[in-house]
Design a protein around this ligand. Structure first.
Ligand code: UDP
Length: 137
């Protein structure tokens, strides 16, 4: 089993619902360690840069509007197969399709306001962690 790191963002909808602690408990319960964390309000520039891969998608502007609509909690998680383990905890992008007991099934309202972000691959995680935690080793 490989020890990996992944980037997690608790999005404005979930921060507004006051469930940061409940989501952190799920990370800890799955053996994922929080190795860096910061609460922040993203600028448009930061949100656009983070989601640059989605620039041409129809939902890009709405996604950026949503991500800057309130504070977010950003963390780097570390553990065995952290990328996949974290994606399993999150559930499917569309909460209606997310398995029972996943973060999105329990806390998300829609495919746009879907509570959490998680890196989808180890390489992407490295880039995303460096984007928000340039000091992380
Ligand atoms: N998104 C959206 N509408 C869509 C698809 C995606 O608003 O039809 C948003 C949603 O917030 C999602 C993010 O864009 O989490 C990134 O999409 P991706 O397909 O990478 O999903 P994820 O990896 O977050 O599950």
């Amino acid at each position: 089993m490989a020890i990996e790191r992944t980037l997690s963002i608790i999005k404005p909808d979930a921060v507004a619902k006051n469930v940061i602690g409940q989501i952190y408990s799920r990370f800890e319960g799955a053996g994922l360690k929080i190795v860096a964390a910061r609460m922040t309000q993203l600028s448009r520039e930061q949100a656009e840069g983070f989601y640059a891969a989605h620039k041409e998608r129809g939902f890009f502007k709405d996604l950026v509007d949503f991500m800057v609509s309130g504070p977010v909690m950003i963390q780097a998680l570390e553990g065995e197969n952290a990328v996949a383990a974290h994606r399993d905890l999150m559930g499917a992008t569309d909460p209606k399709k997310a398995e029972k007991g996943t973060i999105r099934a329990d806390f998300a309202d829609s495919i746009d306001a879907n509570a959490v972000h998680g890196s989808d691959a180890v390489d992407a995680a490295k880039v995303e962690i460096a984007y928000f935690f340039p000091e992380a080793k």
